[in-house]
Structure formats: structure tokens, C-alpha cells
Ligand binder design. Structure first.
Ligand code: 4NP
Length: 144
């Protein structure tokens, strides 16, 4: 069982979108029993909140099933228990390495080679979806 955690800032846009996308890709490949997939935020700003409605709408448009969600800040326990911690921006990696004890820093990786910018401010959920989808496909290809 491989445990994968997506991390963004608020845990209401990018990381839960990536979580739903990877879950769907894994289901399509009949690998759902080999992966545990979840998401968290760096901040506590959105604690308990659902996925932002524009993020949800984009997932529905792309026929990605959307599970119930409550935003949560990443904890030390998460850092210790997940195998791969996939962040959206370099700043998220820095924040994790600064604020938590990370025994294996190499498990904290950016999902893409570039930052996936925040759709909360840009409103561009199309580009973000494309980037997240590409990142999730590449992650799976590396694993197979
Ligand atoms: P996310 O987007 O990091 O992709 O979930 C954000 C959502 C909320 C906030 C920032 C980013 N916020 O500051 O409340």
C-alpha cells in the first residue's frame, strides 16, 4: 500500500482536486487497493470547509467523481505516515521542512517541475486542472 498526500495552501482547491483526479486514475487502472490518497493544507484558514465550488464544478465537468471533503491542516502524524507528500509550490515544501520534523525530506516533492499557481486568486481552474492531471499521470507512470 502506497500512501500519497497532496498538499496546497488552503486544502479547498488544488490538493483536493489532485486527490480526486489521482483516485480516478487509480480506479481506471484497477489499482485502488494499492493506494491510499488524501490531501491537506499548509494553513488552517479553511479548516473544515468543503472543496471550493469552482474547483468542484471543474471536476464534475471533467467527469471526475467528487467525494465529501473537509479541509485540514497537515500534521506531524501525516508527515510521518505518508510515503509521498506532493506539494503544489516550492513555498509549500519550504514551509513543511521548516515547520515539521521530516525524517526523509526526499519524500516531499513538487507535483510538477513548475509551481501550480493558486486558482483561488487567478480563477483559472482550467489550467490548474490540466496541470494537476499531468502531474498525477506522471506520478503514476513513475510508480509503475
Ligand atoms: P488552495 O487555494 O491552496 O488551492 O486550496 C486557496 C484557498 C484558500 C486560500 C488560499 C488558497 N485562503 O487564503 O483562504
Amino acid at each position: 500500500m502506497r500512501k500519497v498526500l497532496f498538499v496546497c495552501l488552503g486544502n479547498i482547491c488544488r490538493s483536493p482536486m489532485a486527490e480526486m483526479i489521482l483516485k480516478e486514475l487509480v480506479r481506471e487502472r484497477k489499482l485502488e487497493f494499492e493506494y491510499e490518497i488524501a490531501s491537506r493544507g499548509i494553513s488552517r484558514e479553511e479548516e473544515g470547509n468543503d472543496i471550493y465550488f469552482l474547483a468542484k464544478r471543474k471536476l464534475y465537468q471533467e467527469e471526475i467523481p467528487v467525494e465529501p471533503h473537509q479541509a485540514h491542516q497537515i500534521t506531524q502524524r501525516d508527515i510521518d505516515s505518508f510515503d509521498d507528500i506532493l506539494v503544489m509550490e516550492n513555498s509549500h515544501k519550504k514551509a513543511i521542512l521548516r515547520n515539521y520534523r521530516v525524517e526523509y525530506p526526499e519524500k516531499v516533492q513538487r507535483l510538477l517541475d513548475t509551481d501550480i499557481s493558486d486558482p483561488w486568486y487567478s480563477g483559472d481552474f482550467d489550467t490548474v486542472f490540466e496541470q494537476l492531471y499531468e502531474g498525477c499521470l506522471k506520478y503514476l507512470e513513475k510508480r509503475l
